[in-house]
Design a protein. Structure first.
Length: 277
């Protein structure tokens, strides 16, 4: 700072000036140096515009950009972060990185819905899911052009003879259980026209005496209302050990027979995913 003229002789600096105890200095609207008593513990000096004296206030008296939260970064600088999308939460990225907004974990949320394309053998095909722990949903399997219906599925794009499947079927009041079979996809066949299906799929530890071995297990409950009606519970497991924690990333439901017919105007499937917190 420039030296200040001292009438007694010589020069002095602003630090040599004296004033009352525990004051801050500012110049007022007339250019006069003015004392301001320091604020209470934890308060901060807040500007009140270019023509008003500053005051000490709380952090909430500070102003910033609209719809922001504040944090101090690794340099101790007070930083604004835009508020995240609806349903997200503030997630720590460690003690030396800025926080981010992320989808809430440990909750079910919709991942897909829609209608089956006319003339397609694919009921729906969902890809690029983000490491879900579980999937559940409901879908209409549209009527077939002819023949026996077959609901088939693959998860995570996995094929090979690792889908071990068993059926428990009720036709009218008669129950039957088919033995386990193995195929390159999961599947459930039924006689007649359309069917309605509810399903649950889980990414789980395989439980085979060693770490880092996972599997995918699912249940499909199918109801075909034609004639006396058919109820079919299909349980299956992808029994090739999975050593990467990918979770559930894709689900394809398709016909194993001829091209399906579809109704338009309403959603024919809903799928929800569960993410861990």
């Amino acid at each position: 700072m420039s030296n200040i003229f001292n009438p007694s002789g010589g020069t002095t600096t602003v630090t040599d000036l004296s004033g009352n105890n525990w004051k801050a200095l500012y110049t007022n609207g007339s250019g006069t140096v003015t004392e301001l008593a320091l604020g209470a513990d934890g308060t901060t000096l807040v500007g009140n515009g270019t023509s008003s004296a500053p005051t000490f206030g709380n952090l909430t008296d500070l102003k910033g950009g609209n719809d922001k939260v504040l944090f101090t970064n690794s340099s101790g600088v007070l930083t604004e972060l835009a508020i995240g999308a609806s349903g997200t939460y503030l997630k720590s990225a460690g003690t030396t990185s800025n926080p981010t907004w992320a989808a809430a974990g440990g909750n079910w949320a919709e991942v897909a819905k829609g209608a089956t394309s006319s003339g397609s053998a694919t009921t729906f095909n969902i890809t690029s899911l983000s490491n879900y722990r579980a999937l559940r949903g409901w879908f209409t399997f549209p009527s077939l052009a002819s023949g026996t219906g077959a609901v088939n599925w693959t998860v995570n794009g996995l094929t090979g003879n690792y889908y071990k499947v068993t059926h428990q079927r009720y036709t009218g009041t008669t129950a039957s259980i088919s033995g386990m079979w193995t195929g390159t996809a999961g599947g459930s066949s039924f006689n007649g026209s359309q069917a309605y299906v509810m399903f649950d799929i889980y990414f789980l530890a395989q439980g085979y005496e060693t770490t880092n071995r996972a599997t995918i297990y699912g249940v499909f409950n199918l109801y075909n209302p034609i004639g006396t009606g058919t109820r079919d519970m299909t349980q299956w497991v992808y029994d090739e050990p999975l050593t990467s924690d990918t979770g559930l990333t894709a689900l394809n439901i398709y016909s194993g027979a001829s091209t399906v017919h579809t109704s338009t105007g309403y959603n024919s499937y809903y799928v929800e995913g569960y993410t861990q917190s």
